[in-house]
Write a protein that binds this ligand. Structure first.
Ligand SMILES: Cc1cc2nc3c(=O)[nH]c(=O)nc-3n(C[C@H](O)[C@H](O)[C@H](O)COP(=O)(O)O)c2cc1C
Ligand SMILES: Nc1ncnc2c1ncn2[C@@H]1O[C@H](COP(=O)(O)OP(=O)(O)O)[C@@H](O)[C@H]1O
Length: 307
């Protein structure tokens, strides 16, 4: 799968594409419907399919002080788009120039990229001051021979699916709801860092990941599945939080993998949160913590239905 930008432009073989447009952070069921429609149309019309996504998230650009809220990294999104059948991801760098581009000029930009069709959600807005909506996209598109269409919002059990609903569920310690709306568990990807080498002494080595721009789900202990690469996956138990037992408090995601013994430092891994087990606590002694970790591991094995 190719990653394109306004700088690279669109190579000849990907011109005449159907482009799905949106932030697609999380790539939840609603986003999947939009990209799915673009892929179906691409197959039907024998055209390449591009997913256009804005990065950083426009909200991050306009409100730099907001706490982290991202559900997926760009790499995760790229894999999800590829899996959904897209040929390329076009990253629109969301900077002052793009923020100042009005709706008409934005559609002009799409025309320059050789786009033949656009698919968005019904509530898509674009251009300076969010001045353009789906209706205007259809009108402006027509003047460039670009056929724009919208996909209706997806609901689950009569409730609209949205990234904010998923964020609320995760913050409330309800990863199960996030899983249903995303169609897969929320997962944090990162490069394993060195810690204080305390985990091994306790009998629970943990691969440590920084949370960076990811939304912070409720702090606590989770049953997880950890992907080392496309083929290797381990069940485990993870602690997300600041580790109140230890000084200085440091925010980390620490995952202990079951039935694994190896070196993960520097490896890029993905930790999927399946079940919330309990909140973080400060115990009276390390022995009490280890006893609790034994219980947490047994509970994680039970929740993940391991033998
Ligand atoms: C299953 C599990 C449960 C944990 N529970 C707590 C906890 O309740 N409170 C806490 O301060 N740290 C908790 N931790 C974090 C451990 O203290 C941490 O793994 C240990 O400090 C190792 O640090 P290191 O990775 O820097 O060596 C937990 C870790 C795991 C794997
Ligand atoms: N089962 C396992 N789960 C997680 N990490 C493991 C496991 N077995 C070995 N490791 C390795 O041990 C490291 C964690 O050891 P730990 O003692 O917690 O030290 P630190 O926190 O300093 O990294 C991991 O980054 C990984 O390289």
């Amino acid at each position: 799968m190719e990653r394109l930008s306004l700088k690279t432009g669109v190579p000849d073989r990907l011109r005449g594409a159907i482009i799905a447009l949106g932030n697609f952070d999380g790539f939840h069921l609603g986003h999947q419907a939009v990209v799915g429609r673009a892929v179906a149309r691409g197959h039907h019309e024998r055209r390449p399919v591009i997913v256009g996504t804005f990065f950083p998230h426009p909200v991050r650009f306009f409100k730099p002080d907001l706490p982290p809220f991202r559900l997926t990294s760009l790499d995760q999104r790229e894999r999800l788009f590829a899996h959904a059948g897209a040929d390329a991801m076009l990253v629109f760098d969301f900077d002052a120039d793009l923020a100042a581009t009005d709706a008409e000029d934005f559609v002009g930009l799409l025309a320059k990229l050789g786009v033949a069709g656009v698919v968005t959600g019904e509530d898509f807005s674009f251009g300076r001051g969010r001045g353009g909506n789906a209706e205007l996209l259809r009108e402006l598109g027509a003047s460039h021979d670009i056929v724009a269409e919208t996909v209706p919002a997806v609901t689950l059990e009569n409730e609209l699916i949205s990234s904010s609903r998923i964020r609320e569920a995760l913050k409330a310690g309800d990863p199960g709801t996030a899983t249903r709306l995303l169609s897969r568990p929320f997962a944090i990807e990162g490069v394993v860092q060195h810690g204080d080498a305390r985990g091994r002494e306790l009998g629970y080595p943990t691969a440590n990941l920084p949370m960076e721009q990811y939304l912070r789900p409720a702090y606590g202990i989770y049953a997880v599945r950890v992907w080392l690469d496309d083929e290797h996956q381990y069940a485990g138990v993870a602690n997300l939080g600041t580790r109140p037992m230890f000084d200085p408090p440091q925010e980390l995601l620490e995952a202990h993998l079951f039935d694994f013994d190896g070196d993960l430092y520097g490896c890029k891994i993905e930790v999927a949160l399946h079940h919330f087990i309990r909140g973080e606590e400060k115990f009276d002694s390390l022995e009490a913590l280890v006893t609790q970790m034994d219980h947490d591991s047994a509970e994680a094995r039970r929740l993940l239905a391991l033998p």
